[in-house]
Design a protein around this ligand. Sequence first.
Ligand SMILES: NC(=O)c1ccc[n+]([C@@H]2O[C@H](COP(=O)([O-])OP(=O)(O)OC[C@H]3O[C@@H](n4cnc5c(N)ncnc54)[C@H](O)[C@@H]3O)[C@@H](O)[C@H]2O)c1
Length: 315
Amino acid sequence: MAGHLAGRNIAVTGGGNGIGRATALLCAAEGANVVVADYGVTLDGRDPSSDVADGVVAEIRAAGGTAIAVAGDVGDMVVGQRIIDTAVENWGSIDGVVCVAGIVRERMLFNMGEDEFDDVVRVHLRGHFSLYRAASAVMRKQETGGSLVGFTSGAFVASTAQANYSAAKGGVVSLTRSAAFALRRYGINANCIAPVAMTRMADNVPFEMEAGGPEAIAPLAVYLLSDAARHITAQIYTCTGRRISVWNQPVEIRDMVAADGVSFTVDEIVRDLPDTIGHEEMPMFADLERRMKEMEERKASDAAAEPADGAGSQA
Ligand SMILES: NC(=O)c1ccc[n+]([C@@H]2O[C@H](COP(=O)([O-])OP(=O)(O)OC[C@H]3O[C@@H](n4cnc5c(N)ncnc54)[C@H](O)[C@@H]3O)[C@@H](O)[C@H]2O)c1
């Protein structure tokens, strides 16, 4: 089969729904053999089922492609290994991994339970580690190397009611950057996509999003897996479908040096820091204020549009 991924062997976690499903379908349409890995859980990670992974495999096969389902929890190292082994044992190599699987458990930080934190970090962060680890052990011995594609979120910068998710997604960024940094010499590239797409995960977002369908994210994932992007590594790309943007690389931007060349006293920091290096405003504070204002205005206009008690019966 011709295409950008002709003859490649790719594993897609979370491949049963949303962005993962769209990515698995496009990888297959672009000529890849695909391991569709999905635990078939609810948005918050309950009620596992093998149906969704099997369903996507059936769709790929019906379209003439090649795919195998693995239904398991990507937060489990054994499952990560099994996903990679499935590709290697059936098709001889693993050329790309796309880690899309994820769950959410929304709660303000001061109310968040230990399980709500651990489960979200486990599925997202360990769910990347388990795949990256198993895949890179094979890829480093392959002449053609391979590609790792992680899924982070714009929320990695901060989130009001999902500190667990934000921390996990920040971890995914650092893990992926570390993979890129350590594995370039083996011909392995590693990048992250921060998607915005209308899926069940986006249903509860309380503000308007610039977003298309999940299939609008898949072309960027395929690009990052393809030969055309072999030189691209350690990048974060936001993709809303109609718009793709690249994030900057975090670097120190100003410094100050102790007079004695060794260390500062507290007094020296109090005196010098504000006017020398200062601090950097968090742009998200302004966004948050704008969104809160919009929500309040919407609430006020909804309340004004609603008929007062008894008013409806006058007509
Ligand atoms: N939709 C968005 O706007 C958006 C925004 C930012 C980030 N993301 C990220 O993109 C990815 C895909 O999101 P989506 O909107 O397609 O979500 P989705 O809920 O539609 O799909 C997630 C899939 O992951 C699977 N999954 C969950 N836990 C798993 C586990 N432990 N093991 C294996 N599979 C598991 C689910 O069964 C489901 O099929 C997620 O990592 C999400 O955090 C999405």
